[in-house]
Each structure stands twice: as structure tokens, then as C-alpha cells.
Design a protein. Structure first.
Length: 110
């Protein structure tokens, strides 16, 4: 559990369906936020401040540092796999390609 990693709550298994239950992130992905169209037709990307970019980068680095400390390699970090909440905080999600590394057998590469 970490504030910069989307909280995973459980799984619902049905005969023809598998559903993952996780924390609700109401602003969608970072890609969605950046490409959202403003009323004047410009993308939100044109309105991003340095402070916003730095805050999101900080959130992502915090999450990745936590995962690294847990010996988890994400392997698919993209703006589509970073979700945003209503407070504008970024959280890492989608661990489908991730690997857990055994620290005792690490070869020293990252």
C-alpha cells in the first residue's frame, strides 16, 4: 500500500468474466488529462504549468521508488498507466507486465 500506487481491493471471478476492483480515479489517465480538449478547442497540454508537471513527475517518482524498494519492476510505465484523482495526484496502475525480482539473485541491472 502506497499513496502513489492505485489501491487494489480485490477480484470478482465469474464464469465468463474477471473483474479487478480498485480505487476510483475520477480524472482518468494522465494521457486523458493531457489530451483533454478545453472549451476553446486547445488541448489541455497547452495549459500545463511547470508546477503541474513537476508535481505529477514527483508523484510518479515516489510510486516508482516504492515499487523499486519492493523489488517490483513495472515494465510498462506510460501516461496511460498513470491515473489521476480529483486532487490532481498521479498514481501508478496496470501491473500486467510487471515482475517481482528476488533481491538475493539480482544481477545488478535495472
Amino acid at each position: 500500500r502506497h499513496p502513489r500506487v492505485v489501491l487494489w481491493m480485490g477480484v470478482i471471478v465469474e464464469p465468463q468474466n474477471l473483474s479487478i476492483v480498485m480505487e476510483y480515479m475520477d480524472r482518468g489517465s494522465l494521457a486523458d488529462v493531457v489530451h483533454k480538449m478545453a472549451p476553446d478547442g486547445r488541448t489541455f497540454a497547452n495549459r500545463l504549468t511547470t508546477a503541474m508537471k513537476m508535481s505529477w513527475a514527483h508523484d510518479i517518482v515516489e510510486g516508482m521508488a516504492y515499487l523499486h524498494g519492493q523489488h517490483i519492476v513495472h515494465r510498462d510505465l506510460t501516461s496511460n498507466n498513470v491515473l489521476m484523482n480529483k486532487k490532481g495526484q498521479a498514481k501508478i496502475t496496470d501491473f500486467g507486465l510487471s515482475k517481482v525480482k528476488n533481491s538475493r539473485h539480482s544481477n545488478g541491472t535495472s
